[in-house]
Each structure stands twice: as C-alpha cells, then as structure tokens.
Design a protein around this ligand. Structure first.
Ligand code: GLN
Length: 314
C-alpha cells in the first residue's frame, strides 16, 4: 500500500474535519459510565502518524478522551509478552457476533470468552497481567507500557472514570464472577476488575493514541526504541483487531473501512494500515453497536480517499 503525497493527505484530513463538522447524526454519547455522559457530542479529532514519522492532525486531535476498550489492544500485547500462546487456552480468537458485554455466550462456551476484545476476554487478559503483582503495580505497569509506546509520559489514568465504572459496572462484575466460577479467573474478581477499570480509564488524545499504535504499523518495531513484539505477533494482533475490534459490527467495519481497528465507548478508534499509517479518530457519539458513529464515517472517508485497505492491491 502506498501513501499519498503529504500535501494531499493534509487536504484529505482537512476535508474530513470539515465534513464531520457538518454532520447532524452524531450518535449518542455513552451514559452507562458516569464520567462519560457529560462529554460534548460535537467533538471530533483525527491524527495520522505515517511510517516515516510524519504526523497529520485535525480537529480536536490534541484533546485527551477516555480510551476505554482501545486499552484492550495494549493489555493484550502485555499479556502475550508474559504468557505467549498459552493465553489462547483461556481466551478464544473468534469474532463474537454479540454485544461487547454479553453474558449469554459465556455460559454456552463454559467461561472461555470468544476473544480478547470483548469485555469478558479483556477481563481474563487483566487477570493474566495481574499475576505476581498487587493491583497497583499491575496498573502502574500498564500505564508505563502506554507511556513507552506513545513516547509520552504525560498520559494519565482518570481515577474518577475508573471509580465511576467500578460503582456501576454490574455487568462486568457479573462476567468476572461468572468466569471465576468456571476457574478462568485466577484472582479475586474485584482485584481483576480494579485493574480492568483503570486501564479503560486511560485518557489519551488522538495524537498520543496514533503514536502508541506505531508498533502495529511497523511489524512490532517502535521507532527509536527497538522492538515491542515480533513481526508475527504484530500481524496477529492486527488480525484480531480486524476480526474482533468492533464487536458485533466488526464485519461491517471490515467491509466499510477495510483496515484493522479497535473502538472504545469513549468514542475513539485506533486503526492501523500496516507499513503505512497509524491512525486515531475520536468523536464521542456512538452508533447502536457502541462504536463511534463519526469515527467510523471518518475512517471510511479516509480509506476511500487514500485507497488504504488490507484488501486492496493499490
Ligand atoms: N469500560 C467499558 C466497559 O467495560 C469498555 C467497553 C468499551 O469500550 N466497549 O463496559
């Protein structure tokens, strides 16, 4: 896949920002996590980091937002570093075709979540990352890992978002206890959930997020810092993002956008064009599947304008 000239890409970004500003159907801001309900629906940001390090920013690209489930990508990367392929004994690798917080499927499949990007799967991943640590240490490790990936130590975890979710996250509490009953959670549910809610409460801007995604664009390499994961692992994480990154709308995202992407209910999406670009978009209004409505539309416009797609020879 090739990259358009830098000036062309700047014009494409400008056009996307202008088009999104006109949009009237902006989706609904998530309200089930208290701290998210008050985020203004008119926000839109985009950041593109190219393989050569060039950065294109548009709209509210520098404003931090709650990355929520996008953190599942970084948590998975950490967990694979700790236990490697053994992780796949406890979590599957198939699209769920169900909402991100479904309990039904977990029962039918004996407490083994379909993939690491639905909530149940991410809770197992958090359990793996907690092994040998106190929760505070595991949360600190996660934060330091994201600092390292983004090359930015100003990134923080919003305590109030984490606390609000702990107070209202009844479905996640149910999922965790359910898996504990099946023996697929090795630590007490409240400790694992403490870690999970904190990783979801990472606040990052589009620019920071696109920077943090560079290793997935570059076969596992982090410019200036060496290797994060080997090329095969980077490829596999991208494959999971493509097939599972948008929950029960993953097929539609692959159809419309055609590149690996991971969404969060804060309205962010991290998307990767292997070898070419790491992209982050943010708009807090969600569609019916819990994915950013404008974020998805913006990525669709971008892939249309650039020809970027893992299904294209262009
Ligand atoms: N913290 C959110 C939850 O567990 C993450 C969900 C999401 O971003 N899709 O419900």
């Amino acid at each position: 896949m090739s990259a358009p000239a830098s000036s062309d890409l700047s014009a494409i970004v400008e056009n996307i920002v202008a088009t999104m500003a006109q949009e009237t159907h902006r989706g609904k801001v998530a309200s089930y996590i208290p701290g998210l309900a008050c985020v203004p629906v008119n926000k839109f940001g985009i950041a593109i980091v190219m393989a050569d390090g060039t950065v294109h920013l548009g709209g509210d690209a520098l404003e931090p937002f709650s990355i929520q489930s996008i953190s599942k990508v970084f948590a998975l990367t950490l967990a694979l570093g700790k236990v490697g392929d053994q992780l796949w004994r406890r979590v599957g690798r198939e699209p769920s075709g169900n909402p991100f917080n479904s309990i039904m499927q977990l029962e039918a499949e004996h407490g083994i979540p379909r993939n690491p990007f639905i909530n149940a799967g991410a809770i197992v991943v958090a359990d793996v990352n907690l092994a040998g640590h106190m929760p505070r240490e595991a949360i600190g490790e996660m934060l330091r890992f994201v600092h390292y990936l983004a090359g930015d130590e100003s990134i923080v975890i919003e305590e109030d978002i984490a606390r609000g979710e702990a107070e209202t996250g009844f479905r996640n509490i149910a999922l965790a206890n359910y898996m504990r009953a099946f023996g697929n959670l090795h630590h007490p549910a409240d400790l694992v959930l403490g870690c999970y809610f904190h990783q979801c409460a990472l606040a990052m801007s589009c620019q920071q997020l696109a920077m943090a995604g560079r290793y997935l664009m570059l076969d596992g390499m982090l410019p200036g810092s060496g290797r994060v994961v080997n090329a095969r692992r980077a490829r596999r994480i991208n494959a999971l993002m493509l097939t599972c990154g948008h929950y029960d709308a993953s097929g539609d995202f692959a159809f419309r956008v055609g590149i690996p992407g991971k969404s969060g209910v804060g309205g962010g999406i991290l998307a990767v064009v292997p070898g070419v670009a790491s992209i982050a978009v943010w708009s807090p209004g969600l569609n019916e599947n819990g994915n950013s409505a404008l974020g998805t539309r913006a990525l669709e416009m971008l892939s249309e304008a650039t020809g970027w797609s893992v299904f294209s020879a262009r």
